[in-house]
Ligand binder design. Structure first.
Ligand code: SF4
Length: 396
């Protein structure tokens, strides 16, 4: 198998959101221009280096994420063009935020070969957006979605529930407002407070800012009902799509397929043989592979702009099989019996059968047409379900 998915990370935003712990710097004006001028040549060098090895020859999907790729402006078109010198993906997504996305950029990206826009909307209430430090408003969010649609993209938008000041009613209004715009795809995430973020620090002083987990569960259920009635199928715990519009790229993350990550903080995953093939571009990896004869899979994260430092996690075949089961439980179609048989071959039939039985007994999963699929309860108690699968990685 060859690498079919490529992720590129753009670690800049115009301002840092109050809940965000991603690698992104909030910059504007000359500071942003300088950071971009320093970053892009190193990104291009890395794209070209992988391209020269043939690693990009079979790329089918590209996802440019961040950060906020649209803060690059016209330079984002150059990023897309650079990738397209090495491959011809069938799906190419760019993340954008409403305040930095307009019709000229949309048209430029469409001409360059971008097929899909993922827009960070989060809420259609200006007071909720302001609470979390977003720079856009309802009006600019709706305008961005219309630009994306007018330029001919597949359009996705991200929403969040459990925001400070958000109520069940205001969530329903956001859902209805988004459904009225008829995007092709909607992702729905519950807000989590990450340690060290401004919102988490404020929540220590003001408990009302803590996300209400019961309200979030109600909001997630309402999203499934409302989006379902509007023709969106929930194909992953956080993802809804109209028929034929599921994100192809994200499937690679959930099905154990290899992917490359380029750019600071970008993550990749390769089989041992692929990692060995591209080891010249992954500093320090050869030594780690030599010391780990049983590593079957390599996860890596680029730690700096120039990729001089890369962090690795080496997984045994057992850990890789457990990870595939765990990630499969994020998908509504779950895991096919043949993949479970593969995991049983690697891990041991008794252990895998026992975990599947426990998941079904607790109401977290069920068998359906030769697939083990998560239940609604399993998704609501995701940590319990995913933990059951991941525990299979431990031979003890
Ligand atoms: S736009 Fe996204 S990446 Fe940037 S600060 Fe906000 S949440 Fe983080």
């Amino acid at each position: 198998m060859s690498v079919s998915a490529l992720y590129l990370h753009i670690p800049f935003c115009h301002a840092k959101c109050a809940y965000c712990d991603f690698d992104s710097c909030g910059l504007t004006g000359a500071a942003l221009d300088g950071a971009i001028a320093s970053y892009l040549p190193q990104l291009f060098e890395r794209i070209d280096a992988f391209g020269r090895t043939g690693a990009l020859d079979h790329i089918e999907t590209v996802y440019v994420g961040g950060g906020t790729p649209s803060v690059l402006g016209r330079s984002l078109v150059d990023v897309v063009a650079r990738v397209r010198t090495w491959c011809d993906p069938v799906e190419m997504t760019c993340e954008v935020n409403p305040e930095s996305f307009d019709m000229p950029l949309a048209e430029g990206l469409a001409r360059a070969g971008v097929t899909r826009i993922s827009c960070g909307v989060q809420s259609l209430h200006d007071d909720e957006l302001a609470e979390i430090g977003r720079l856009h408003t309802r009006a600019t969010a709706l305008e961005a979605l219309r630009c994306a649609r007018a330029a001919g993209f597949d359009v996705s938008c991200d929403l969040m529930c459990g925001l400070p000041g958000q109520t069940y009613e205001s969530w329903l209004e956001t859902l209805q407002g988004i459904i009225a715009e008829e995007p092709d795809h909607v992702s729905v995430y519950p807000l989590t407070l990450e340690a060290g973020t401004p919102l988490a620090q404020r929540a220590v002083r003001d408990g009302s800012l803590m996300p209400d987990e019961d309200l979030q569960a109600d909001c997630m259920e309402a999203a499934e009902r409302r989006l379902g009635r509007a023709g969106y199928a929930r194909y992953e715990v956080a993802s809804y799509a109209r028929p034929g519009h599921a994100c192809m790229h994200n499937q690679a993350y959930w099905t154990g397929r290899s992917y490359l990550g380029i750019g600071r903080s970008a993550a990749g995953m390769l089989s041992r043989s692929e990692a060995t093939r591209y080891a010249a571009l992954l500093p320090g990896l050869s030594e780690q592979l030599d010391a780990s004869w049983d590593a079957a899979r390599v996860r890596f994260v680029q730690l700096d702009d120039a990729a001089e430092h890369v962090a690795y996690e080496l997984l045994t075949a057992r850990e890789a099989a457990a990870e595939d089961l765990m990630l499969g439980m994020r998908r509504s179609c779950g895991v096919h019996a043949s993949d479970i048989a593969h995991a049983a071959h690697v891990i041991g039939e008794d252990a895998v059968d026992e975990v599947a039985r426990i998941a079904c007994r607790r109401g977290l999963a069920r068998w359906c047409d030769a697939r083990l699929v998560p239940t609604e309860q399993g998704w609501l108690l995701g940590n319990e379900l995913y933990g059951l699968m991941w525990d299979l990685a431990d031979p003890a």
